[in-house]
Ligand binder design. Structure first.
Ligand code: AMP
Ligand code: MG
Length: 432
């Protein structure tokens, strides 16, 4: 049984990220949200593009107005009005000013803006009532960015601020990594899909749905391959197919020590190299991690070249399957997707108002809700049993309290490390 930290390091080391040459697609900017930038981008325009005014007011020559006071105002002749989007036609000479608005281009000759609140206007003359600072309220060309310099690095997720930067740089088609493909299969002869009537002894497959949702929310493309009974030939054929179409294969179930747990044997028969068989975590002890070097099915569209595939055999218990995904699959998927960092889960310290218990033999994850209360993280254990088959009280989980090996109790009010697995908000919701 591998300690969790070692398993995480080993898995991340096995991941071969998508190739910035081959695994790339060009997307229209408006389609690129939440995708990973595949090459660094630089712009061909300075930003600001030209000197412009940061305020509504008057563009002046500083030397003309530097000595102004209320009792010693200076009156200037307005030679031009410069609305937004207009290219000034006149040069500002001594004794002159231009009426200007926020974002408008500075006229030649002027170097300073006097805000309109510090002026008095009479027809085509303006009286300046207070001396501005030199170059006040002028945004200089290239002050924020110089053409040709790096603008955005490869390996970042594109969200609103980056999309705005790309728009400004006129980058209307964006090179992003293709989404990783993740094949998902649920193993177990007892499983039925949710649309089938339940017969005695059967279990409804929830893992495939949960895993597909997690895969999609990590930015990858889930490919659900259905329920496969515990029959070695069928299982082998499905796993072989999965390996031919995906970057990562996830299966749930069949990796324990039961008589019908065939997955590990099949992976070995298919030429996989098994790196992990179990991890010292609770829930989620049975975890198989294998790698394959394989050829692709030619009909895959777009064709994916032969490569290295990661296989995760996740435990069947619904809570265990999800916890294993959060703890071990998600970092691998994030690294594979081309992200240059931020692969591993976010751990924060918070307080638990309740006592927390574990057996101390494995690193234990207790599920519940984490919120910010009075500026501090607080963890509340999910109500009901912390049983790896209890998927019902897993709903609304956004944090796992992590109890290290050797620790059997965290007293009420003490600090606990929390693995964040979703957005954290202030205060607890009603009913939680
Ligand atoms: P296994 O790891 O195959 O021994 O399965 C452990 C437990 O998880 C058994 O109770 C299974 O019925 C249950 N289980 C396995 N696969 C799924 C699934 N896809 N959805 C829900 N429960 C499952
Ligand atoms: Mg099973």
């Amino acid at each position: 049984m591998l300690p969790a930290q070692d398993a995480e390091a080993l898995i991340l080391n096995l991941v071969q990220p998508l190739d910035p040459q081959q695994d790339i697609e060009m997307l229209a900017l408006q389609m690129a949200s939440d995708r990973v930038l595949a090459t660094s981008v630089s712009g061909t325009q300075d930003f600001p593009y030209w000197d412009n005014s940061a305020m509504d007011g008057y563009a002046v020559r500083y030397e003309d107005v530097q000595a102004c006071r209320v009792d010693h105002p200076v009156t200037l002749e307005i030679v031009e009005e410069i609305p937004a989007g207009y290219q000034p036609q006149k040069t500002i000479y001594t004794g002159q000013a231009a009426r200007i608005f926020t974002g408008s281009m500075m006229p030649v000759g002027a170097d300073t803006i006097v805000i309109q609140e510090e002026t008095r206007r009479e027809a085509d003359r303006v009286t300046i009532l207070a001396a501005p600072k030199p170059q006040a309220f002028v945004r200089r060309r290239a002050e924020f960015y110089q053409a040709g310099m790096p603008l955005l690095p490869a390996g970042i997720t594109l969200s609103a601020p980056e999309i705005a930067v790309l728009a400004t740089a006129q980058c209307i088609t964006v090179p992003v990594y293709r989404r990783p493909r993740v094949a998902i299969l649920a193993t177990g002869s007892e499983l039925i899909s949710p649309d089938q009537p339940l017969q005695p002894g059967q279990i409804i497959d929830s893992n495939q749905y949960a895993l597909a949702s997690l895969v999609a929310s990590t930015g990858a493309e889930p490919i659900a391959l259905g329920i496969i009974p515990d029959e070695p030939e069928k299982l082998q054929a499905t796993i072989a197919h999965a390996l031919s179409i995906a970057d990562i294969v996830l299966s749930s179930g069949g990796v324990s020590v039961g008589d019908y747990d065939y997955v590990d044997r099949i992976l070995a028969d298919l030429g996989g190299e098994i790196h992990i068989r179990s991890v010292a975590v609770k829930p989620g002890k049975p975890l198989t991690v294998a790698t394959f070097s394989t050829n692709r099915e030619p009909e895959t569209s777009p064709p994916i070249p032969p490569s290295f595939i990661l296989y995760f055999g996740l435990p069947g218990n619904p809570v265990s399957a999800l916890v294993s995904f959060w703890r071990f699959v998600q970092p691998a998927l994030r690294k594979l997707s081309g992200l240059s960092g931020g692969w591993t889960p976010t751990l924060v310290w918070g307080r638990s108002p309740q006592e927390l218990r574990a057996d101390g033999k494995r690193e234990t994850y207790l599920w519940g809700q984490v919120h910010v209360v009075d500026g501090e993280y607080e963890f509340r254990l999910a109500g009901g049993s912390q049983n790896s088959g209890n998927l019902i009280n897993l709903a609304q989980t956004n944090g796992l309290a992590v109890m290290p090996i050797g620790q059997t109790v965290i007293s009420a009010g003490d600090r606990v490390q929390i693995m964040q697995i979703g957005a954290v908000y202030s205060n607890f919701q009603m009913g939680s």
